[in-house]
Design a protein around this ligand. Structure first.
Ligand code: NAI
Length: 633
């Protein structure tokens, strides 16, 4: 066999080890599942005492089905055949007489988890990389290889639907707690524990009585509740897959083959095609961070304000040592407090949160500069202040360290004149709020050192953000495309359309937030300044001017286009959305995106789509503004 290895132990246990040829991670390609079927054939003839399925890859167990094969599903027959391949195989695995166990270490996703679920036992190895999920919904499809059948049986329908409808990952401890795995052990005892559990004859933990009710007589209650929850986040015309998952579980026991019309509809949907594209684009962005061997241990951030404070916290959360500088300790304190809240929320375990907290070091004198691999400037948006800072920083920095500015609106070409080695300055442009926004623009000024740009991308990838290389231009990509879109939205308000109606038009289009609420969120003063720089000399909208004059700056002042209470805009009822409004508002964004591609600010149309999706939340099911344009032609 090409991808699997079978080891027969003296005890009579057989270990099937997946080591997919030519790849660093395991995925369930047709070849891999065909070979696994051969293994089951062999074991049928000579039944072992027990079977352990595991991976030989350092990266993890199995990352899912082979995504490359999805794009070949050009007929309904091929789609159904793909579902049948895993469904039948894992049913066969679930039915064997001898005990089976999946030893899960590292990622165990999608089809990988469905394989594990078909084993009698699952043993998870407790280490940071161990993550289990059924993320199919994020690709616009459903877990059709038995996930919809077996996950509810193991963890109860509510928790199972939650995992399947959100794609959420769970770690080893959580998986044990919810009953997804039978046990969770540290790596040093996993071999022994796997063999003991396999031969233990231990019955599966029964579902609690309430969960049994929810899986039986109260099924429709769970399904209806789940439908309501999904409806709050995704409209069926945009994202049909989560609704299909609920239907398939409720009406067909998770067997998609019992509803071939659903399989055809979901697999051939433009949403599935576009979400697959978005997944690929995401991988492409990650790829920019894989160049070279730049590794960051220590980051020094200057400016502990809104951005600098949160950038520092994020880097500490991701395991880096961070020194955070500002003009005084008092100015650093609020950032440390916010960081503490972030660590507790994201890391949950007090020891881990404490360790992250210890990695974030207040540094009012800037002594961290000399040790840092990456120095990020995030002080006031003022050229003179930044020049003075750069002059004092440069002589103290390590020779190979990156010097980056988080500036939104100043030209790197102007900022770097204060440097002895101007070619080393790059832009690393984060978005607000840092913890939520996946994209970071890596800005290359004319004549910048390509090695510095590559290293900046590697740093961004290292902290689990998506680096998008862009050329230096006002607003880079994301703010430059947002500005004309927000302007168009405010022009509509000037023309008498209610802010609520404008927002509703774009929510119905598939945006995560309406443009007027977005203006309120970023601040009307900021929107005004951005407009001045990015709106090609267009006059500011009246509705914006009037509010700014009255000091109504949006969320931060409690009143903008909306009144804000407890961090939420108080919106009135929405009138019917005028026909064509959404198209009219989105057109300037599309035009600007095209222009930036033509000007070479981003390398190609695909990357522009990626940037606009991950930087603005632009309706992912469309595959991006330019993809949408091309598919509508
Ligand atoms: P902010 O005003 O919240 O924070 C700036 C901090 O820098 C203040 O705490 C200030 O005390 C400190 N500071 C000023 N001069 C300093 C010096 N010489 N040495 C040490 N500390 C100094 O500003 P914010 O919003 O965090 O912006 C910072 C940078 O990030 C700006 O360049 C801005 O354009 C950029 N940016 C801002 C975004 C936002 O949404 N606020 C988004 C993306 C980039």
């Amino acid at each position: 066999m090409k991808h699997w290895q079978l080891n027969k132990e003296d005890s009579g246990i057989v270990v099937a080890v997946l080591d997919r040829a030519g790849e660093s991670t395991n995925a369930l390609s047709t070849e891999v599942t065909d070979e696994f079927a051969q293994i089951l054939d062999q074991l049928e003839l000579y039944p072992p005492k027990g079977l352990i399925v595991r991976s030989a890859k350092a990266a993890g167990f199995i990352a899912g089905a082979d995504i490359g094969e999805f794009s070949q599903l050009d007929t309904p027959e091929k789609g159904r055949a793909l579902v049948a391949r895993g469904w039948d195989l894992f049913n066969r695995l679930a039915a064997v007489k001898y005990p089976t166990l999946a030893l899960v270490r590292g990622h165990c996703l999608g089809g990988g988890l469905e394989l594990a679920l078909a084993c009698r036992y699952i043993l998870a190895v407790d280490e940071p990389g161990t993550k289990m999920a059924l993320p199919e919904v994020m690709l616009g499809i459903f877990p059709g290889w038995g996930g919809m059948l077996r996950l509810p049986q193991r963890v109860g329908p509510a928790a199972a639907l939650d995992m399947m409808l959100t794609g959420r990952t769970v770690d080893a401890k959580k998986a044990k707690k919810m009953g997804l795995v039978d046990d969770c052990v540290p790596p040093r005892v996993m071999e022994m524990a796997a063999r003991q559990l396999l031969l233990s004859n231990q019955p599966r933990r029964p579902l609690p009585f309430m969960q049994k009710l929810l899986a039986g007589p109260l099924k429709s209650v769970v399904a209806n509740g789940a439908r309501k929850q999904v409806a709050r986040k995704a409209r069926p015309e945009h994202y049909p897959a989560p609704y299909a998952i609920i239907d398939l579980w409720q009406q067909h026991g998770g067997n998609a083959l019992a509803a071939p019309e659903v399989v055809d509809r979901i697999i051939s949907s433009p949403t599935a095609k576009n979400l697959l594209r978005v997944f690929r684009l995401q991988e492409r962005l990650k790829g920019f961070g894989k160049d070279g061997d730049f590794a960051t241990k220590h980051v020094h951030v200057i400016g502990a304000g809104v951005m600098g404070g949160d950038i520092a916290a994020w880097c500490a959360l991701r395991g880096l040592t961070v020194t955070l500088q500002d003009q005084s300790l008092e100015r650093i304190a609020p950032a440390i407090q916010r960081a503490n809240t972030l660590f507790k929320k994201k890391l949950r375990e007090p020891l881990k949160a404490r360790a992250a907290f210890d990695r974030l070091i207040p540094d009012p004198t800037g002594s961290g500069v000399a040790h840092a691999d990456v120095v990020i400037e995030a002080i006031f948006e003022n050229v003179e202040a930044k020049h003075a800072l750069f002059r004092s920083l440069e002589p103290r920095m390590k020779p190979g360290a990156i010097l980056a500015s988080n500036t939104s609106s100043l030209r790197l070409e102007d900022l770097r004149t204060a440097l002895a080695r101007p070619e080393r300055l790059v832009g690393i442009h984060f978005f607000n709020p840092v913890a939520m926004m996946p994209l970071v623009e890596v800005v290359e000024a004319e004549g910048a050192d390509p090695a510095a740009v590559r290293a900046a991308c590697a740093f961004v990838k290292q902290i689990d953000k998506l680096p998008l290389p862009v050329k230096s231009t006002p607003g880079f990509l994301v703010n430059a495309v947002l500005a004309p879109y927000m302007l168009a939205a405010m022009r509509a308000v000037d023309e008498g359309v209610a802010p609520e109606t404008v927002d509703e038009a774009m929510l119905a289009f598939g945006m995560p937030m309406g443009p007027i609420e977005l203006v309120d969120t970023v601040g009307l003063d900021i929107a005004m300044a951005a407009g001045r720089q990015l709106a090609d000399g267009a006059e500011a909208p009246r509705c914006l001017l009037q509010r700014v004059e009255k000091g109504q700056l949006g969320k931060k002042s409690g009143q903008g286009f909306y009144a804000w209470q407890q961090g939420r805009p108080q919106k009135g009822a929405t009138a019917a959305v005028p026909a064509g409004l959404a198209e009219k508002l989105v057109q300037p964004l599309v035009d600007r995106t095209q222009r930036l591609v033509a000007e070479g600010i981003v390398a190609d149309a695909d990357l522009a789509d990626a940037g606009v999706i991950f930087g603005t939340g632009f309706a992912p099911f469309t595959g991006g503004p330019l993809n949408r344009l091309n598919s509508s032609r």
